[in-house]
Design a protein around this ligand. Structure first.
Ligand code: A3P
Length: 321
């Protein structure tokens, strides 16, 4: 795996030199590629995007969960994994459900990391492959667009994404012995669009547009709506990917069971200790899991500034949080 990774990274060295650079949130630089800022030399990086664009082969039945970092990726991964595999683990004792023993990121991989491996974990023959990605719409590997795959895009209020990313970056900086980032610096970078996979607004808009043009291809949901009415959204997600709940399942409370399994309380408890397969601590993906924590971090002025940018960028679009 490591050898593959080094090969890939070396291959794109020259192309990287040509790109504009920005300051990274966690380590190193960000690189501007096809309109978005990407990290380098991390598990989800510009080199893997380039490699995927050249080599990735989608299957028509694949399902892709797309997010900007810190928009609720971990929650969506857990829910979709639990929905699609609900009959596989039904008759076992509950304790054997993968989500009770491993991180959702180890149950449902990013295509960005799978490129180094041969087969993703928990993929079963004749069933759709479940993948996640942070890649912006206009940079997706062509074969995903051409194969008729379904995509779910999860979007979150920009102010909560900023706060969540700020804490996440500092936890990882701390782990590698780096200095902490000040909130003002995070705010400035975010407002300029400089964050991994940013600008935030362009990422959201790219997928929002396609969800309107082709609602069978892209389902657009928000973290806030999911929190407010989890039951109906879980049903909606299941239906969209072709795994609708039967009446019998609804009566038996299967939807509620999945929601409980994937709740912040449960997952943060399961992931209190240990690391992901690629070394990141399991617990960095769980902080508060609430809507509106931005109010504890942003000054009124900061909040108004971001509201103004969001209003301008999302002008005429039906996106609300
Ligand atoms: P906060 O930092 O605001 O708490 P991602 O999964 O895209 O990295 O996003 C991480 C954010 O989702 C964090 O937000 C995290 O606490 C929250 N989160 C993680 N698991 C969750 C769950 N099961 N339900 C709701 N939110 C969750």
């Amino acid at each position: 795996e490591r050898a593959n990774m080094t090969l890939t990274f070396d291959r794109y060295k020259d192309r990287l030199q040509m790109l504009s650079k920005g300051k990274g949130w966690i380590t190193g630089n960000l690189y501007m590629y096809q309109g978005f800022w990407h990290q380098s030399m991390r598990r989800i990086s510009i080199e893997t995007v380039m490699a995927l664009q050249e080599t990735f082969k989608a299957h028509p039945k694949d399902i892709y969960l797309v997010t900007l970092p810190k928009s609720g990726t971990t929650w969506l991964k857990a829910l979709m994994f639990a929905i699609v595999n609900r009959n596989r683990y039904k008759n076992n004792s509950l304790s054997t459900h993968p989500l009770l023993i491993s991180n959702p990121h180890d149950c449902l991989p990013f295509i960005e990391t799978e490129i180094y491996r041969n087969t993703p974990t928990y993929v079963h023959e004749n069933e759709p492959r479940l993948f996640a990605t942070h890649i912006p719409y206009n940079s997706l590997p062509q074969s995903i667009l051409e194969s008729g795959c379904r995509l779910i895009y999860l979007c979150r209020n920009p102010k909560d994404v900023l706060v969540s990313m700020f804490h996440f970056a500092n936890k990882l900086r701390d782990k590698s012995g780096g200095t902490m980032m000040a909130f003002e610096e995070a705010f400035e970078s975010f407002s300029k669009g400089v964050m991994p996979l940013g600008p935030y607004w362009d990422h959201v808009k790219g997928y929002h547009e396609v969800s309107l043009e082709d609602p069978r291809k892209v389902l657009f949901v928000t973290y806030e709506d999911m929190k407010m009415d989890t039951v109906n959204h879980v049903k909606r997600l299941a239906k969209f990917v072709g795994y609708p709940f039967t009446e019998k399942e609804e009566v038996e409370g299967v939807v509620q069971e999945i929601i409980r399994l994937c709740s912040f309380e449960n997952l943060s408890e399961v992931n209190k200790h240990g690391n992901l397969r690629d070394g990141i601590p399991n617990n960095v993906f769980f902080r508060k899991g609430e809507v509106g924590d931005w109010a504890n971090h942003l000054t009124d002025e900061m909040s108004q500034n971001l509201d103004r940018i969001t209003k301008e960028k999302f002008h005429g679009l039906d996106i609300s949080f």
